[in-house]
Write a protein that binds this ligand. Structure first.
Ligand code: ME8
Length: 682
């Protein structure tokens, strides 16, 4: 059952659905609203490109599509970044928002609405939704002391002072506030019932399981206002309370399509919230609970995709290991980037970004694949038939285009649409490119250039080129959501006058290409490029771009992976330091003498570490990965000149150096050769 149906039958009314009569069914989708504490990298670009592909695909399936993207401008991160830049939060985040919007425009992925959480209409919506939840009895006032992760704008349940955030590994801060609480605990069963009634609500399955186990584990009330920061939407009549950034940003999806008057637009509920996997809980737990509490319709689906990795780590602003879209687009264009991201990465899973793979895909699938097919087909039609689609003569059919072609093509259409429907882009493209390969092979086998030599083979030549052109037309339409400009060019060269974006895939079938149609001049669509030269160009552009001062980011780059664990910096673009700064950090080889768990802290181990002239007690966030007994005797790298501090009441006098994996898991630094305990690292 889909959310709308279950809502009608269950507690949650499906208001506003289709209240404005529409010729076509509506489809409303969103990207996350990105933080304005830094500029977009290709991780963000990936999400927005995927949304744009869905938007174009759904239009070709007859939907009236609306897509929202935007900027999440409030919260501590933005406030701090603004402070660093010496600007007011409003001024700072406006500058950054403008740049995000400009980039999406430039890349041709602007969506239909760019909502800013500083927009007046959004403020009104948040305040209205708060009032509805409060009037319904789901909001109470109280005090809260807890560990707060500034980076993720979230309290960390069950964490003690200094414990790391389980999501990003950065140390949490202890915060005490008078807060308004959202009674999330009252929604545990309601959410579980809702998920059960709507098995496709959370996708993919792995994320659904993750959310189910989180909710099954019990839900605590959620603090939804802050008095410790000023940069937020004011809670009406309750100064100095401002709304918690997630009880602000999520509501942006609704503000974008009418806010309190969503009924009039008929777009709510959203059909799809597209998000990265790290924010699934906010979207699949908090957001539906807020909407249930306000008695509003729930979104139909949350789809959490994986991460783009660079150098095996999550590409992220704070790590600094980011790749920006502009240099790639400058060297190759936006369409090769779209194609690469959707073809190479299995949607829903993590995928590594590599320039090498990007250019290889470009040359093999676009230059040699689709581009070459279009140019050879159109060139031969021009040369042998004066630029007119020839009339096929089926009775002349040879082995390779015999009866099954039409059936094969129509079946492929159905299959590929199904793959798009499941957001299985990599397989959809793989299947489309199988057809490209088949037509290519067909041309090579039939050798139209040889048929053209003999007048008695004229009818056969016409059939072969018709078949190739018709195959190309179908492929072009199917690839349009991913390659909108290139396919439109090929489409026009095939003499098609209707804009490709207006073509309905459901009405597409083999044989619609009319013989006699005038074709356009064949033009190269994807010229082949030299790999090393292209990568060098991208890198040169990147360097050029990095010279232009970038707005400062949230900059938690140097924060450790956990208490007592210093993450080895994987920072490509972090600010450089002089040798004298590095010399301030004293690191020595240590050997673990004893190790035990710290009571009540899942992640912490209490270690006694011999550093040569003394044995130090160090509390380290290693317990999720390392068993205490496996550490005893192990040589580790210890930062020895840090101020001692207490973690869960246990004094920690030093820090163990470890790499931090994308999921925050530590990996201890060590040596291949034997080294004496106490040796200094330089
Ligand atoms: O979380 N790979 O904003 P944000 C793939 N403001 N996608 C990535 C990525 C990567 N390496 N890095 C970022 C926020 N993304 C909140 C959202 S919504 C109401 C509030 C994409 O600027 C991915 O979609 O940190 C991820 O969820 C989003 O950017 C996070 O953007």
């Amino acid at each position: 059952m889909r959310p709308a149906d279950s809502a009608r039958n269950g507690n949650f009314r499906q208001k506003g659905r289709m209240s404005t009569p529409r010729a076509k069914p509506k489809y409303y989708l969103t990207t996350p609203l990105y933080y304005t504490n830094g500029l977009p990298h290709i991780g963000h670009t990936y999400s927005t490109i995927v949304a744009d592909v869905i938007r174009r695909y759904k239009r070709m399936r007859g939907f009236d599509v609306f897509m929202t993207t935007g900027a999440d401008e409030h919260g501590v991160n933005v406030e701090r970044s603004a402070q660093k830049a010496g600007k007011s939060p409003q001024e700072f985040s406006t500058e950054i928002s403008v740049q995000w919007k400009r980039l999406w425009d430039e890349l041709g992925i602007p969506g239909d609405e760019f909502i800013r959480t500083t927009d007046e209409k959004h403020h009104r919506t948040v305040q209205w939704l708060f009032k509805r939840c409060r009037d319904n009895g789901y909001i109470v006032k109280g005090h809260y002391t807890g560990q707060y992760c500034v980076h993720d704008n979230a309290y960390v349940v069950d964490a003690g002072p200094g414990d790391p955030c389980p999501d990003c590994g950065r140390p949490t801060e202890t915060v005490t506030e008078e807060n308004y609480f959202f009674k999330l605990s009252e929604f545990q069963q309601k959410l579980l019932d809702f998920y059960a009634a709507n098995p496709e609500f959370i996708q993919p399955e792995s994320r659904r399981n993750e959310v189910l186990s989180f909710v099954n584990g019990g839900l605590k009330n959620l603090s939804i206002t802050r008095t410790t920061i000023r940069w937020g939407i004011p809670v009406p009549g309750e100064a100095p309370h401002v709304f918690y950034v997630w009880f602000d940003a999520l509501i942006g999806y609704l503000s974008a399509v009418g806010g309190p008057n969503f009924d009039q637009r008929g777009l709510w509920p959203a059909d799809l919230h597209l998000v990265g996997k790290e924010i699934i809980r906010f979207h699949a737990v908090y957001w539906p609970a807020f909407l249930m509490a306000a008695d509003l319709p729930l979104p139909r689906q949350i789809w959490a995709h994986g991460w783009l990795l660079f150098d095996s780590e999550k590409m992220s602003k704070s790590r600094g290991n980011v790749v920006r879209p502009r240099p790639i687009v400058g060297a190759l264009g936006i369409e090769p980037l779209r194609f690469y991201l959707l073809r190479e990465i299995v949607f829903g899973q993590d995928g590594s970004f590599s320039y090498d793979a990007l250019v290889t895909r470009y040359n093999s699938d676009l230059a040699n694949g689709l581009g070459n097919l279009a140019s050879r087909t159109l060139t031969m039609i021009e040369r042998y038939f004066g630029g007119e689609i020839p009339k096929p003569a089926p009775e002349q059919g040879g082995e390779t285009d015999a009866p099954g072609t039409a059936e094969f093509a129509n079946e492929a259409l159905t299959k590929i649409m199904h793959l798009y429907d499941r957001l299985n882009f990599s397989q959809a493209l793989e299947s489309i490119w199988e057809i490209v390969g088949m037509i290519d092979k067909y041309i090579s086998v039939e050798k139209p250039w040889a048929l053209a030599e003999k007048p008695e083979d004229r009818a056969r030549l016409a059939s072969v080129l018709y078949t190739s052109a018709e195959g190309l037309r179908i492929v072009t339409a199917l690839a349009h959501p991913v390659l909108p400009q290139a396919t439109q060019k090929i489409w026009s060269q095939l003499g098609q006058t209707e804009p490709l974006s207006g073509v309905q895939l459901d009405l597409l079938s083999w044989g619609q290409l009319r013989p006699g149609t005038k074709t356009g001049k064949p033009e190269g669509i994807f010229p082949r490029v030299d790999k090393s030269e292209t990568i060098a160009r991208i890198e040169a552009m990147e360097q050029e771009q990095n010279k232009t001062p970038m707005p400062p980011t949230a900059a938690a780059a140097s924060t450790p992976a956990g208490p007592g664990v210093a993450a080895a910096p994987a920072v490509a673009t972090a600010a450089k330091i002089g040798i004298e700064d590095f010399a301030k950090v004293e690191m020595r080889v240590g050997q673990v003498k004893t190790a035990e768990r710290v009571a009540g802290a899942d992640r912490l181990l209490q270690l006694q570490v011999d550093i040569g002239d003394e044995v130090r007690q160090i509390v380290a966030g290693l317990a999720l990965v390392y068993k205490p007994e496996d550490l005893v005797g192990r040589k580790v790298v210890v930062v020895t000149n840090l101020q001692p501090r207490k973690l869960r009441g246990v004094e920690s006098n030093g820090m163990i150096v470890a790499a931090s994996l994308p999921d925050g898991a530590p990996v201890l630094a060590g040596f291949l050769e034997d080294v004496p305990v106490g040796a200094k690292l330089k």
